[in-house]
Design a protein around this ligand. Sequence first.
Ligand SMILES: [Zn+2]
Length: 274
Amino acid sequence: MSEFMFKELPGGGRYLVSPQLSICSGVSHGFFTREGGVSKGKFESLNFRFTGGDDQAALAENYRIAAEALGGSYNQIVRTCQMHTDRIEVIDSLEGRFRQVGAPDGCDAVITNVPGVVLAGFYADCQLILLYDEHNRAIAAVHAGWRGVANRILAKTVEKMGKIYGTQPKNIIAAVSPSICRRCFETDDDVKEILFEIYEDQVPDYFYREGSKWHIDLKMLTYSSFMRLGVQPYNIDISNFCPCCGEEELFWSHRRQGQERGVHCGMIMLKERD
Ligand SMILES: [Zn+2]
């Protein structure tokens, strides 16, 4: 677990960065909070969610603000189509237009080795995981809620980066967004059974029962997935923040608010070599 650091957007408003990724000169990234955007009402203010009824011009401005904070541009944003799948899209060119990939079937991870492409994924309780292979200059954005933890999308993304870019887990630097904590992630037997089957050897450390409900530590399951893959412990940053029990001014939470909310975005971009 790590204390992520706050940074200030040029126009005001805080966002979060991983200490470990921040010291890498070849990449820029950010995990955005509610602050610093132009959306109003329940979407106030840095909302990235198209399906909730927010104003389209405001959404475009929010994306621009975020991309420019990374030193990138709105027209190079490639965003996921998150549906809890294990599908991964490979981005191999700069197209110069704001685009979504993977619709309509969904794609929950995107990878690229093209400098300037701004990979964008989303979180609000779910984890958004950003990866950087410093050795082969490749990046990824991976969305993983409990279904993504169950379908092993993180491992599949790392495997795919290995096949395409030659990525070795020992060279990966990883940052995991604010996401639901084990106190807030309360669930029934069915979800527990699915995750238990995959992570049985971690029990009882990451699973515990309270009354009729199970609590599962998804952050530690992700940490354990990284360990199994061979990612170095000192290269893994997992945010301590939980959107559900954290500051309401800073975070939206699916569990706390249902669909009446915006969504957070995390972005990562390879910088051009000097
Ligand atoms: Zn919590």
